[in-house]
Design a protein around this ligand. Structure first.
Ligand SMILES: [Zn+2]
Length: 338
């Protein structure tokens, strides 16, 4: 956590930081000419707030203690995501199935060149650059009753529904639960893909596995909650307020656009996170006048002026243009890995 931000500000800054970090990582892999990429499901738990950034088809699901299932990641499979198919064809890619030669088409929808069946990933260099690393981001706040997170790769979700995965390990400790989910997933017949699983329990204070000696206080979880909610200081009725304040699962943030100018827009709080003379993606210093506004070249600039920040360095501007199909891209190298 940067020293100049408090916890609320940090949590609010995470969605933009995720976008910058994912794109920066993808660029760095590109420079190292790594050809084989990966899906990413990146989770930060801060108190009761869960922040998830994802590209690809690994998934993170949440079951709050109150019940129900929340999907905290997007599924960037071309087969099921029409919006992403349209984005890719608009950026110069082709979407179609594998052609066996005899005219028959088989398998899931793929993106050409490259043949990837995902529309977003990190580090896939042998595909068109419209396969972008810009993550879907979702932030949820749990109630102080807590909940369970399951983070798994596609091999699990090809075999199990979210409900089945949650049910098959109910009541188990997280490590045993993860093992059970993998066991159930590989027990199914058919093709197996990567099958990895992480289970995380976010527990209320009175259910921690090793009870910590704590002075008895009224209003469990209030300490954590107060980190994320600014309450008016009214000492006269504090106890009552804590009692009646809704303590429930809340969706704080959701955004999945692939457009950098939308995702790094200065309308978000904390403009100071992206300083005037610093690239909004890779954070290198930009000399005055050399930064390129993230809104430059926008087909629908609206009220935005091209000299409005945040700014990109020339290398990140090139990356943005490639991602949006504005410069010839094609295959970035001649590998035939998938
Ligand atoms: Zn940059």
């Amino acid at each position: 956590m940067p020293s100049d931000l408090n916890r609320d500000e940090w949590v609010a800054a995470l969605p933009r930081a995720f976008v910058a970090g994912f794109v920066k990582t993808d660029k760095e892999l590109q420079e190292r000419a790594q050809t084989s990429g990966t899906t990413v499901t990146f989770v930060i738990i801060e108190g009761w707030v869960i922040s998830v950034a994802s590209v690809g088809d690994s998934r993170c699901i949440l079951e709050p203690a109150e019940g129900g299932v929340y999907y905290l990641s997007a599924d960037h499979r071309l087969e099921i995501n029409e919006e992403e198919r349209l984005r890719i064809t608009a950026s110069g890619g082709e979407v179609g199935r594998l052609n066996t030669g005899g005219g028959a088409e088989i398998g899931p929808l793929r993106c050409w060149p490259g043949g990837l069946c995902l529309s977003r990933s990190i580090g896939d260099m042998d595909v068109g650059e419209f396969i972008v690393p810009v993550p879907y981001v979702k932030q949820m706040k749990l109630s102080s009753a807590g909940g369970r997170l399951i983070i798994s790769s596609d091999g699990v979700w090809d075999a199990l529904s979210a409900e089945t995965a949650l049910d098959c390990c109910r009541g188990m400790a997280p490590d045993a639960a993860a093992a059970q989910i993998v066991k159930d997933a590989v027990g199914h017949k058919g093709l197996r893909d990567d099958t990895t699983c992480i289970v995380i329990d976010i527990l209320p204070h009175d259910k921690l596995p090793v009870p910590l000696p704590q002075p008895k206080k009224q209003g469990k979880g209030v300490l954590f909650k107060s980190m994320f909610r600014k309450k008016p200081c009214d000492s006269s009725s504090n106890v009552e307020k804590e009692y009646i304040e809704p303590d429930m699962v809340e969706e704080l943030f959701e955004e999945g656009s692939a457009s950098l100018s939308e995702r790094l827009d200065s309308k978000y709080p904390l403009c100071n996170m992206f300083k005037l003379f610093m690239c909004a993606v890779c954070q290198v210093e930009i000399k005055p006048g050399e930064g390129i506004s993230i809104h430059s070249g926008s087909s629908n600039p609206g009220k935005l002026r091209p000299w409005d920040g945040p700014f990109l360095c020339s290398s990140c501007q090139e990356k943005r243009d490639a991602m949006e199909g504005k410069r010839p891209s094609g295959r970035r190298c001649d590998s035939d890995s998938d």
